[in-house]
Write a protein that binds this ligand. Sequence first.
Ligand code: ADP
Ligand code: MG
Length: 383
Amino acid sequence: MKTELISKFLEKYGHEPTANYFTPGRVNLIGEHIDYNGGLVMPCAVTLGTWLSMAPNEDNVIRFKSLNFPEEHEFPVQSSYTKTGAEWYNYPLGVFNEIIKKYPLTTGLDLLFFGNIPIGSGLSSSASIEVAMAYALNSYFNLGYEKIEIPLLAQKVENEFIGVNCGIMDQFAVAFGETDKAIVLNCDTLHYKIVDCNLGNYRLAIINTNKPRKLAESKYNQRVAECQTALKQLNKEISLNNLCELNADKFDEYNHLITDPIVLNRATHVVNENDRVNQAAKALNSGNLTEFGRLMYASHQSLKDLYEVTGAELDAVVEFCSDYEHVIGARMTGAGFGGCAIALLKKGQEDDFTKKLTDFYTDRIGYAPTIYISEIGTGASVI
Ligand code: ADP
Ligand code: MG
């Protein structure tokens, strides 16, 4: 990929890049809908990602080009930028806007991006391009940002410059992912642990349901509100900052305080899912992939029955996986209501799996999924 990008750079700019970077996309392996309840998520970087080549220019402009989008643009080097609209280059432009507040740019730059993350399907191509730009500027100009500041800066850009209210998990995983490792992260405190996640004879299959995600946002907000209701009712007798402070036993003791059965279901998912993340980290630590796979299925079941965020498309994928002998675990990943599922698939079965799942899913749902096979890859890096 690097050689290809370098020759495209040469073609577009007439000179070679002087630095090249890679940032991955990410999936969340387990720990779903608990980040806003003080719980643990367990994302990892995938081998799909964003490549960035760059070189200084003498023209005092920043030139943005991407092999994924036809729009190209150049901005003069100046002391701040404002969002121009919905064009892709606003993501890296927002990063410049943030960084130059502290470190004014001393030269123009020619930039070329290329990504093979499916855009807009929940693998976080946006975090990938933001972190790519921030990581590249920090590294190229030796700006001295601390490691933790890069994902935080990228998240700030997505929240404030782009206007998307995302949490920190995506940028964090993209910046800090490591090959054959997962990250156990508390999104509130930013405490994190890198844990072994060697998939051995298995690979990660990522299945995009290709379902248009229309109602996702309002349903998401509804789930957040339901968790707040549960917390408020529990706090009549105990004092909690968030639901994930309870383990399953403690929850059993107090859950009679939750009056609405639906809210009780939501809270039950949250508490159990947080426990599952801890169990998953233990299973991975002892190399027990079968147990890890079982926890993935349990997570999906809970998201389906108790949290009600799966839907026919994600359920069809996981149903197929549970009947397919070469998959040992599968679940939806991300907010749900569409988007992607992940599965642990035995090496060598990629073609068979892709064909059989595509037939099964198309028959059931009426259109095909898109399937990607990935490893657990590295985070932001110089290449
Ligand atoms: P995702 O779920 O993939 O993060 P988003 O809608 O949040 O979806 O972000 C996708 C946007 O990020 C694209 O529409 C584009 O503006 C920008 N983007 C991502 N990757 C690239 C790339 N390789 N080149 C240019 N822009 C990109
Ligand atoms: Mg995004």
